[in-house]
Design a protein around this ligand. Structure first.
Ligand SMILES: [Zn+2]
Length: 419
């Protein structure tokens, strides 16, 4: 008995020792690999490699980078308030306020929504790469093969005047794509350059000063011919019924958005097929699909178009009508190259749907929505009616209304494809 119990005490001691050792070794190894950054992305600013005490990490497929190191390398002043846990950074015409653990930053007084909230790792604030790179006027590119991030905010020579050389360019209230749009200029407009900062030009339009991205304007007023835009090759339209499965979307008194979306979407597909257009659905049943998977389906098919179909909701039950979204910001060159097409698709759907339903026209809007951001082809998201409005919820239970909604959306797609 004695022998056995003493053996067992030794075994216990050994086990406890193992546990203690593993507690030290486990996190120790993790920290070492994070610090040397063997597997973490490398960051270059204007071609120079940046070194960090806390390496960038990839979380939920988003790259999180150390905010202070990058902001300071860009020449910004960075302050940390320990009580409120808020980072304030400023440089020239831009001030950024970023509470830790929040996904909303304030850029020059306007809210900017981050894909993932900022967080503290080893006493350093990490924030999503795009936000950190673009806050002070940088352009961000990511090489997946070499796991390198390039941020470019090099200054450019200040010309006396510039000419807009794309269809439409936003004028912003600071030299950064994160600042608010205050006006827009069209192709061929010429501006006197008042100042230059981080690859942006300050100009005056309609009595207000704002900022234009230097890469969207040509110095001087010499003629240049923009490349013709690529035409969609495929007559495949991907139709995406919003929400599904665990995600009901907006809920009315009776209806769930996911069911109405699917009903309209299936009908749109039938109408397109009657016109010889191949319609592919992201879902034909009540299943859950991530937002990323929806755009991947369209990208893998190399589809010509992507249309996501939703219904709206508001806290005010009186709110009603139709709105259609597209997304093509100047900060994303691939999307921006499709700006004309994307806006045209959204406009065609909005116009045809309004004339089919005769509902309140809430207009075409631009919004950073996952399915619009991640689709490689022209894409739009339509909100047919407000499920939170009792009158419109009743209409959504009427087969004639569903058929008219579907034919409005299908006509918008056909008008766009025939143009
Ligand atoms: Zn929805």
């Amino acid at each position: 008995m004695n022998n056995i119990s003493s053996l067992s005490i030794n075994q216990h001691r050994f086990l406890i020792l193992l546990i203690i050792l593993s507690l030290f070794i486990g996190p120790g190894l993790f920290t070492a690999s994070a610090a040397t950054g063997s597997g973490s992305p490398r960051v270059f600013l204007n071609g120079n490699k940046l070194d960090f005490e806390v390496s960038p990490i990839i979380e939920n497929s988003r790259t999180m980078v150390p905010l202070r190191s990058i902001f300071e390398a860009m020449g910004a002043d960075v302050y940390w308030d320990d009580t409120s846990r808020v980072v304030t950074a400023s440089k020239g015409a831009i001030t950024v306020i970023l509470p830790v653990d929040s996904s909303t930053a304030i850029v020059n007084g306007n809210p900017y929504y981050l894909d993932v909230p900022s967080k503290i790792v080893n006493n350093r604030t990490l924030a999503p790469l795009r936000f950190v790179g673009e806050a002070f006027g940088g352009r961000v590119s990511w090489n997946d093969t070499t796991k390198t991030i390039h941020i470019d905010n090099a200054s450019v020579d200040k010309p006396a005047e510039v000419k807009v050389n794309v269809n439409r360019v936003n004028i912003r209230n600071g030299p950064s794509t994160l600042t608010a749009i205050i006006d827009c200029a069209g192709a061929g407009e010429i501006f006197e350059v008042l100042a230059e900062q981080d690859g942006w030009f300050q100009v005056s339009r309609g009595g207000r000063t704002g900022w234009l991205a230097a890469w969207l304007v040509a110095a001087g007023s010499e003629e240049d011919t923009p490349e013709p835009e690529p035409q969609p090759q495929e007559r495949i339209v991907v139709l995406d019924a919003g929400h599904g499965g665990l995600d009901p979307g907006a809920c009315g008194k009776i209806l769930k958005e996911k069911d109405v979306n699917l009903e309209i979407t299936r009908r749109v597909g039938e109408l397109l097929k009657q016109q010889g257009i191949t319609a592919v659905f992201t879902r034909t049943d009540d299943i859950f699909l991530s937002l990323e998977e929806r755009s991947k389906i369209a990208n893998r098919l190399n589809a010509g178009l992507f249309v996501s179909i939703h219904n709206n909701a508001s806290e005010l039950s009186s709110v009603s009508g139709i709105e259609t979204y597209f997304y093509a910001p100047a900060s994303n060159p691939d999307l921006f190259a499709q700006r004309g097409e994307r806006a045209k698709l959204a406009n065609a759907i909005q116009t045809e749907l309004v004339s089919a339903l005769l509902s309140n026209n809430r207009g075409v809007k631009e919004k950073n929505l996952s399915v619009l951001r991640n689709t490689l082809m022209p894409s739009a998201l339509v909100e047919v009616a407000f499920i939170s409005n009792p009158t419109e919820e009743a209409l959504l239970q009427d087969q004639d209304f569903i058929d008219r909604a579907a034919s409005g959306i299908a006509n918008g797609i056909i008008v766009f494809m025939n143009d």
